[in-house]
Design a protein around this ligand. Structure first.
Ligand code: TXA
Ligand code: MG
Length: 315
């Protein structure tokens, strides 16, 4: 299949409406979209990514007013989160409506819903006139794509089109909050921090480690993620690692001596924004080991730590 590259949201939307797969920019990472009512396109999304069938897709809407189409019910807590954080880098897990097929939710009665705050994403979703199921636009297991070029590197020839946009402003995937239980639970850390969520709903907690035999709250979290080809090795701040040849480093502090491929980030925002593109850069440079400094576990640091630990296979 020839992958069309376009900067027209209208042209991209026309393809999606015709049952094709279309990658599009959002402020978190690029998504790979399919109309929720197109079983063939949904199947193509799983195939193009090599995504396990039991990993549900997030449904994207252009405005919060479209929520009733995809969610059957909003708890008072969900209402609060919507009014504070939609549109934005937050996904809410809600009871699904009948309009959302089980092919999208991988058989679950809940659906992850997100309303991106990105002008091109908004325009595209508006032109689609349908909710759009979209996982991150990368090959399964790889770092998410934060530029249209990264999408092309992973998915050229496997999807119908890429809607071009600028590099993703945030660079890490959305925060996911499960609102189907008595108390909302943060399933995945992201740019909306736990602290910000707790300002609105003090009872929100991060998901604990799932007990053996207990069903996973977020099916996708059991799979390896965000992994470059190089081995990722994490270290706490101030604990410089012992170097191996052909290695690279990213962090906030001073890089270890002797490393040539390195990225010192001046803020957590920059660390989040750069992380996945740095991983991809290291792969192009055939780096063997990437040393990554773990930021403190608060604010945006929680999301960065989570991605680093997963990329390193630490949990
Ligand atoms: O920022 C983002 O969230 C990006 C952009 C494109 O919106 N999307 C994204 O999608 O990161 P993906 O598929 O890479 O990650 C979605 C995660 C998976 O871990 C999946 O298991 C979880 O959301 N998820 C989706 N629906 C769910 C549901 N009903 N219940 C629990 N977890 C769900
Ligand atoms: Mg993903």
């Amino acid at each position: 299949m020839k992958t069309l590259i376009t900067d027209s949201p209208l042209e991209a939307a026309a393809l999606l409406i015709a049952g094709k797969t279309v990658a599009f920019p959002t402020e978190t990472v690029y998504g790979l979209g399919a109309a929720i009512d197109s079983p063939a396109a949904i199947a193509e999304v799983f195939k193009a990514k090599g995504r396990p069938q039991d990993n549900p897709l997030i449904v994207h809407i252009s405005t919060p007013e479209e929520l009733p189409r995809v969610a059957s019910k909003l708890s008072p807590e969900a209402e609060l989160l919507v009014s504070r954080f939609f549109p934005g880098p937050l996904t809410l897990v809600l009871p699904k409506s009948n309009e959302v097929p089980y092919a999208v939710t991988a058989g679950l009665d809940s659906v992850g819903v997100r309303c991106p705050a990105h002008p091109v994403a908004h325009e595209f979703l508006k032109c689609c006139h349908t909710p759009v199921a979209a996982p991150s636009a990368n090959r399964s297991g790889r770092p998410s794509a934060t530029s249209w070029e990264a999408v092309r590197n992973d998915l050229d020839g496997r999807i119908a089109a890429i809607l071009k946009g600028s590099n993703s402003r945030i660079g890490l995937e959305s925060t996911i909050v499960d609102c189907t239980g008595p108390n909302p639970v943060m399933l995945r850390a992201g740019a909306i921090t736990l602290e910000e969520l707790q300002e609105v709903i003090p009872a929100i907690t991060p998901a604990g480690k799932t007990q053996k035999n207990e069903p996973l709250k977020s099916p996708g979290l059991k799979y390896p993620h965000y992994a470059p080809r190089a081995t990722v090795v994490t270290h706490e701040q101030g604990k410089s690692p012992a170097l191996t040849p052909d290695s690279a480093w990213i962090g906030l502090g001073v890089p270890p001596v002797g490393i040539t491929i390195k990225k010192t980030c001046i803020s957590l925002d920059e660390y989040a924004q750069e992380l996945f593109s740095f991983f991809r850069h290291c792969d192009r440079e055939a780096v063997q080991t990437i040393y990554c400094e773990l930021p403190p576990e608060k604010g945006l640091g929680r999301a960065i730590r989570d991605r680093l630990n997963r990329a390193a296979g630490n949990h």
